[in-house]
Ligand binder design. Structure first.
Ligand code: ZN
Length: 348
């Protein structure tokens, strides 16, 4: 019995040392990353051109896939993620908690004071973690999957301030119309599923480990306004032909994970989301390392995602003969006018 105990202890000790070594190795390799300046994509033009009508809507990128749409009267926020957990807390499945000081600072600094809706693009931590807390600080509705509703419940959002939406059902906020369309997460596991896939079946109370934020539904969000239409794609996946018949002027395109899928997959993704909708303007999003403090934009380390390679592909797709699609990298916190001086649209 004593021998057995000793062996169990030895095996546990070896496993612990291995785990520490893996975490140390990843943390060390995480320091190596290309610079933003190495991306072959220019920063987006703010679109401040004197086109009074199209300039009415501004979109401000606030890291990952958090985008603030604002027409001067109504604000819509995708994701609403401002907290930035530490890498070792993610790797070691330590309990994570929303960073209230950072959320308050972001709401204040970016004048998020007319917020009507929060739309998490799926329910992984980097998309939904702060949605409930932002809802509690504002009057905004949280709209999304049943899992997202459970994140809101866990944050004690009042019941009339969150709603599980069906895809294809438009919702109206001021002059904005918001519609969730079925999409898919970028494949992360050998079986094509994302990590932590599944349903959040009960209210998600923080603090909780990263693995608590399961994701089931992933959405393409169509945001329409009298001055233009935008698509927000929060993960680099797609359902074939799902966007047939949908048109958009601008696409905010998640590129996280594309490099791991290969160029043929990336081209298919580009065709399904950008070419099908006839968008003439593309803003890559979700290229930034979410373990950096809010506002400090750094690319993902090449060890997990080679964004420089992905950016090269995107440039090539956009410059294909007859396409002439403008691609521009958003600058953190700087409003863009995606519908100003739009070139003509060609839907195919
Ligand atoms: Zn995800």
């Amino acid at each position: 019995m004593r021998l057995l105990l000793r062996r169990c202890f030895a095996v546990a000790a070896v496993l612990l040392i291995l785990a520490i070594a893996v975490v140390a190795l990843i943390t060390w390799r995480w320091q190596t990353r290309p610079l933003l300046a190495e991306l072959p994509i220019p920063y987006a033009d703010s679109g401040d051109s004197g086109d009074a009508n199209g300039e009415q809507v501004t979109v401000t990128w606030l890291g990952i896939s958090t985008l603030l749409f604002d027409d001067g009267e109504t604000q819509i926020l995708t994701d609403a993620t401002f907290s930035r957990p530490k890498l070792h807390d993610l790797l070691l499945f330590q309990p994570l908690e929303s960073d209230y000081a950072t959320i308050n600072r972001a709401l204040d600094e970016f004048h998020i004071d007319r917020l009507a809706a929060i739309i998490p693009l799926h329910s992984h931590f980097d998309h939904v973690m702060d949605a409930g807390h932002v809802a509690n600080r504002t009057d905004a509705m949280v709209l999304g999957s049943g899992s997202t509703s459970n994140v809101a419940r866990g944050s004690r959002v009042p019941v009339d301030q969150y709603q599980t939406l069906k895809t294809g059902e438009p919702r109206f906020f001021g002059d904005f119309t918001v519609t969730l369309l079925e999409s898919r997460h970028v494949p992360q596991l050998p079986n094509g599923n994302p990590i932590f896939s599944g349903v959040i079946t009960k209210p998600l109370v923080q603090p909780a480990p990263v693995s608590a934020w399961h994701s089931d539904f992933t959405y393409t969000v169509l945001i329409e306004h009298p001055t233009g239409k935008a698509i927000v794609q929060g993960s680099a996946g797609f359902v074939a032909d799902q966007l047939n018949g949908v048109t958009a002027d601008a696409v905010f395109l998640s590129i996280a994970g594309l490099a791991t899928q290969g160029k043929a997959y990336a081209e298919e993704y580009w065709r399904e989301i950008v070419l099908t909708t006839g968008a003439r303007r593309v803003y890559p999003i979700h290229f930034d390392d979410f373990t950096f403090p809010l506002g400090e934009v750094a690319l993902f380390p090449a060890i997990v995602d080679d964004i420089v390679v992905t950016a090269g592909w995107i440039n090539e797709f956009a410059a294909a003969p007859d396409e002439k699609i403008e691609v521009g990298l958003p600058v953190f916190g700087k409003p863009l006018r995606p519908f100003s001086s739009l070139p003509p649209q060609e839907v195919r």
